[in-house]
Design a protein. Structure first.
Length: 197
């Protein structure tokens, strides 16, 4: 079975529940996830700006756990490519450079307009919204995805979450389509689909 190589943009790693989901998918070997120290710095900096209750040491611990639990996740040696790349926001070129360097199939990001498909096509890289990406994963390997999300859900203790509460949390994070598909494929105890809020 072919495994996708994916670079996660910093906005995928910003929210703890979304970060946990995407790291669990990678740790479950459903895909090969990649990121860089620069991507880490970006999401950590933004979390610290918006969450005064968190300390940089806590986020550094999270970063280290991510790096330890996802095989070959850190992309290095991509920096020399950055100056030759063109994107609407030059600050995003490091993400594309990392994706090119590790021969990624996808960049998963909420900011699709910052990674125009026509700019990425020449590198055989496709930008995907996380909702679309998880839908594709479900079509590709729904059993693996279902096991991974159940593993993540069971880990939630403070507070614990039912299947519907877990999926409603994904809807709140912008994953409406994939949450509804997970409800059909993974949990099968539902009576009606989720609606966007």
């Amino acid at each position: 079975m072919t495994i996708f190589t994916v670079v996660y943009d910093a906005n995928i790693l910003y929210s703890a529940p979304l970060r946990d989901l995407f790291v669990q998918l990678a740790a479950s070997k459903i895909l090969e996830a990649r990121w860089t120290e620069e991507i880490h710095s970006e999401w950590m900096r933004n979390v610290l700006l918006n969450r005064s209750d968190l300390k940089s040491e806590q986020l550094a611990r999270t970063k280290n756990l991510m790096n330890e639990n996802v095989e070959n996740c850190l992309v290095q040696g991509y920096e020399r490519i950055i100056p030759e790349l063109e994107l609407p926001d030059p600050g995003d070129r490091h993400v594309l450079a990392a994706a090119i360097h590790c021969r990624a199939d996808f960049i998963v990001t909420f900011n699709l307009r910052d990674f125009p498909a026509e700019n990425l096509r020449q590198y055989n890289i496709e930008p995907l919204h996380p909702d679309e990406f998880i839908l594709r994963l479900l079509n590709f390997n729904f059993e693996g995805v279902c096991k991974a999300i159940e593993k993540q859900r069971i880990r939630l203790k403070n507070p614990p979450k039912t299947h519907d509460e877990y999926l409603q949390g994904l809807v709140a994070l912008g994953l409406l389509l994939s949450a509804n598909r997970m409800k059909e494929l993974c949990f099968e105890n539902s009576d009606r689909p989720f609606q966007s809020t």
